[in-house]
Design a protein around this ligand. Structure first.
Ligand code: GLN
Length: 456
């Protein structure tokens, strides 16, 4: 723990950690020492981790990287972080992210972006660690912590994991409790681990997961011993390769990576089958209606009264001015854009045309997966991202759609509630990490992790 605290101090330029909690870390590490000495060491005893700023941590700033939550110190601990602490984990601090987890580059954070420790060849230009869990990805890749928590609403664990050359799994919706995780889009949000290896992901997911009566969408199912399921034996497994993920203009290096991954799984004894997920082309527009709709509703609670920031008011200002000024100052541009889009698609005149339509298409996307799983597919192999990490500032704010397109391979998994994992499997011509994604059957994270283990 002391060594990691030192590393974090030396790596301030990465802007990965936004709140440091050395006192908590040292106290937890001492408690872990005592448990080890007493011969009662749980799975993550004494292991130093970083926590995404989206998780409420008791008495510790938890701002979701937003100005509107300035000064907010929760009175309670999120279930996932409590589970990690019960398993002996040590919290080094809170990690940078896009504001309210909205973004794919960590550039919407009120703390400024985190920086990817990777560089393009000899080029010094700083690259994005991806988003929204960019601080988590940067911190794990730069060895500032052993592992980190992330959350994934449309790719926010898998895309930054891919950009930073680490492993990240979004479990089945309902596997991890959302209690105490600041809500973005409640029907899509899931927490998961971001780690150095598939084995670490298995250990950490087991510690994070489990039924929680405080989250009505958390599943009352036993959590398997995921690590014990890592045999590396995938003989007889059927892996689907969906033709709809072969996008026009896909870079050759992504195509090659995908082909190599397919060969690796075949060599390991899996059967490879071409499959079709016909509604894939509607996934991005569907996501970018549903996620903002839910966000606009979830973010209504930031009104200047209940939490954090309240704008200074002028003589004669009433409650409406208080809301307007507080929300205009407290929310960044991307969050404001989402609230506006979400409010629009939920409004009386447009609800059926946009929100209800998107919900129907979401069902069709989910059925595509159900159909291939019913036909015997065990897991689906796709690229994790359409490119390697891009440069900071490269995607201009003037064109938010270009940024949204980055989520093309990841959002379907959230819309269908399935588990998905990004595994680093190669590099591009400039040495930047590239990753493949495996998508699994609901509740079968153990099998999914084992297939990823064969690919690692
Ligand atoms: N990049 C996506 C978005 O901006 C996904 C974010 C996430 O998974 N939290 O909505």
């Amino acid at each position: 723990t002391k060594a990691f605290l030192g590393e974090i101090e030396g790596a301030a330029a990465l802007n990965a950690f936004v709140h440091h909690t050395p006192e908590i870390a040292l106290a937890q590490a001492e408690a872990a020492d005592a448990r080890i000495a007493a011969g009662d060491a749980p799975a993550m005893c004494g292991l130093p981790v970083g926590i995404k700023d989206l998780f409420c941590t008791k008495g510790v700033p938890s701002q979701a990287a937003s100005r509107i939550l300035e000064g907010f110190r929760p009175e309670y601990e999120s279930t996932v972080t409590q589970n990690l602490f019960d398993a002996g984990a040590v919290m080094l601090g809170k990690l940078n992210m896009d504001e309210f987890a909205m973004g794919s580059s960590n550039e919407t954070s009120c703390y400024g972006n985190a920086v990817n420790p990777w560089r393009r060849g000899n080029d010094d230009a700083a690259l994005t660690p991806g988003g929204s869990s960019g601080g988590s990805a940067a911190a794990v890749a730069a060895d500032l912590c052993l592992a980190a928590t992330g959350t994934d609403t449309g790719g926010s664990i898998r895309q930054p994991a891919a950009f930073a050359g680490i492993t990240g799994i979004k479990p089945t919706y309902g596997r991890c409790s959302r209690w105490g995780v600041v809500a973005f889009a409640s029907s899509l949000d899931q927490a998961g681990p971001m780690t150095k290896s598939v084995r670490d992901a298995a250990i950490m997911l087991e510690a994070m997961a489990g039924h929680d009566p405080k989250d009505s969408t958390s599943a009352d199912l036993p959590v398997p011993d995921f690590e014990a399921m890592l045999t590396g034996d995938i003989r007889g497994k059927v892996i689907g390769v969906p033709k709809e993920y072969r996008m026009d203009g896909m870079p050759a290096e992504i195509e090659n990576l995908w082909a190599e991954g397919t060969e690796m799984l075949r060599d390991a004894g899996a059967e490879i089958r071409d499959i079709s997920l016909p509604h894939t082309k509607y996934a991005l527009p569907t996501y970018y209606v549903i996620a903002p709709a839910e966000a606009s509703s979830n973010l209504a609670r930031y009104d200047g009264v209940r939490y954090g920031h309240r704008a200074a008011l002028a003589q004669g200002d009433g409650i409406t001015e208080m809301y307007e000024k507080t929300r205009a100052e407290g929310f960044g541009h991307e969050v404001q854009r989402r609230v506006m889009v979400g409010t629009y698609v939920l409004s009386a005149g447009f609800y059926d045309a946009y929100y209800n339509r998107a919900r129907k298409v979401r069902t069709l996307i989910k059925r595509d997966f159900e159909t291939v799983f019913a036909e015997g597919i065990d897991a689906i192999l796709t690229p994790a991202t359409p490119s390697a990490a891009f440069g900071l500032g490269e995607m201009s704010e003037a064109d938010p759609i270009a940024m949204y397109l980055n989520d093309i391979f990841t959002v379907t998994v959230n819309l269908a509630g399935l588990p998905g994992i990004a595994v680093p499997t190669g590099t591009d011509a400039q040495g930047l990490p590239l990753a493949l994604q495996l998508i699994g059957r609901p509740w079968e994270e153990g099998d999914l992790l084992n297939t990823a283990y064969a690919l690692e």
